[in-house]
Design a protein around this ligand. Structure first.
Ligand SMILES: [Zn+2]
Length: 249
């Protein structure tokens, strides 16, 4: 796809579906945004972000549109046929070829979904608030593909080794997770805290919706600062971009 250092899903989708996560390498941003920051809302210079986004586009030549979201940690899903500039949502679905979908993250979980026949794709921004609010459920219900024909891949999020949360997060997710899923996703830690596993949470929620073919996970954005931006490590930081598109045949 390119000589940029990228992470590609190991899932069994048709070759017409391209997907990858950018790492921190390969861009021009300086200091806390070093170097491949794709976010234009985090304090990086607009010139650097524009250059980085041109390099991102070069990874997928021939793409006619590129959909970004104004991510708000909510549960709203948009279905797009062409690029729009003002979609305030945390998930996006398309059935169009040649339209790339990108999610920006630094610790939150980027989740990709694809129909097994490559006819429909989705990209989701999954922080704990969006997960608790139903972003996964809403997205799967908005897709035309039945859940048993959807494949899911979980990109780099903060891992259970570093994602310490309070009782509020546990309580919010206890409302939508079965007891056994809750127990495996939250490990009690000292001082009324928990170590939370976003991959376990997302996997349980996907399975509740009937999605069984789930891969990815196992990353930690806090442990691996060479490849990933981490908001918890440094609140002023860049964002990695997780991208999916249907290529024109
Ligand atoms: Zn870690």
């Amino acid at each position: 796809m390119s000589d940029m250092p990228l992470i590609c899903p190991d899932w069994e989708v048709p070759d017409t579906v391209s997907a990858f996560v950018t790492t921190r390498a390969g861009g021009v941003s300086q200091s806390a945004f070093n170097s491949f920051n794709l976010a234009d809302h985090v304090g990086d210079t607009s010139d650097a972000v524009a250059t980085n986004r041109r390099r991102l586009r070069a990874i997928l030549p021939g793409i006619r549109g590129w959909q970004w979201l104004k991510q708000v940690h909510g549960a709203r899903v948009v279905v797009v046929q062409e690029e729009t500039t003002s979609a305030k949502a945390d998930a996006v679905i398309t059935r169009e070829a040649g339209l790339a979908l990108s999610i920006l993250t630094a610790d939150c979980l980027p989740l990709l979904l694809a129909a097994e026949d490559g006819s429909e794709i989705a990209a989701l921004h999954c922080g704990w608030r969006g997960l608790a609010a139903g972003i996964i459920e809403n997205t799967i219900q908005a897709m035309q593909t039945p859940p048993e024909s959807i494949l899911a891949w979980m990109g780099p999020a903060i891992g259970p080794c570093h994602f310490e949360v309070g009782r509020d997060v546990h309580a919010a997710l206890s409302a939508i997770l079965a007891d056994d899923a809750l127990a495996s996703a939250f490990t009690p830690a000292v001082g009324e805290k928990f170590m939370a596993d976003l991959y376990e949470v997302a996997t349980a929620l996907l399975r509740q919706q009937g999605v069984q073919r789930i891969s990815g996970g196992g990353f930690c954005t806090s442990c691996d600062q060479r490849r990933f931006f981490s908001y918890r490590v440094s609140p002023v930081c860049g964002r990695n971009a997780t991208t999916i598109c249907i290529r024109s045949a």
